[in-house]
Design a protein. Structure first.
Length: 194
């Protein structure tokens, strides 16, 4: 992944390192995995699509040999795709873990859900937790202090000199996503204004 590593805030001077590493992960997924489209949403929207099982044939359709053959092929492909997606989750989780610095790995292992999520190869969860740690939203701190820091980072966010608009927008979005992930909202106090 071209030297990109998930690091804690104190380890990296580059504010864009998390986003660059996620982009590199997206490239890795699209170039090396079978059925990469089943994992592509992980790096863009932090989702992995749920595969839809082919619907059973109706009584009318079971009379047609062609429809039966098409349905059997769809079911076979679905089972194969489901197996490949599970294998891909394991691979991507391992790659994400391998791209974490030792400090990041320690912070992730200290989270309550780590064992369960690790066993399930929950790629979405690990990326969101990495983002939280990267943006100094650590689970070992008092939640109100962490939320305050996240809001402060958001309100102090500005485009740096020579920073592209694309990079700035990515950094801005990641600050918003960190708050959303932990249940905070930027417009939480808007009811006061009404």
């Amino acid at each position: 992944m071209n030297g990109h590593v998930f690091q804690c805030k104190k380890e990296s001077q580059d504010k864009q390192e998390y986003l660059k590493t996620v982009e590199a992960l997206g490239e890795y997924i699209s170039k090396t995995l079978d059925y990469p489209r089943d994992m592509a949403g992980l790096c863009k929207s932090y989702t992995i699509p749920v595969l839809i099982e082919p619907q059973d044939l109706t009584e009318e359709e079971t009379k047609s040999e062609t429809k039966k053959l098409i349905w059997k092929t769809k079911v076979t492909n679905f089972v194969k795709q489901e197996e490949i997606q599970e294998k891909n989750k394991q691979i991507v989780f391992s790659v994400i873990w391998g791209q974490c610095s030792p400090t990041m790995q320690s912070k992730l292992q200290s989270l309550e859900e780590y064992d369960t999520r690790s066993d399930a190869h929950d790629c979405v969860w690990i990326l969101q937790e990495i983002k939280g740690v990267t943006h100094k939203f650590e689970g070992t701190r008092y939640i109100c202090v962490s939320l305050h820091d996240a809001r402060q980072n958001f309100y102090n966010c500005k485009q740096e000199y020579k920073q592209s608009l694309r990079d700035y927008l990515g950094h801005y979005r990641s600050l918003v996503e960190v708050q959303d992930h932990y249940g905070a909202s930027i417009d939480e106090d808007s009811s006061i204004l009404e």
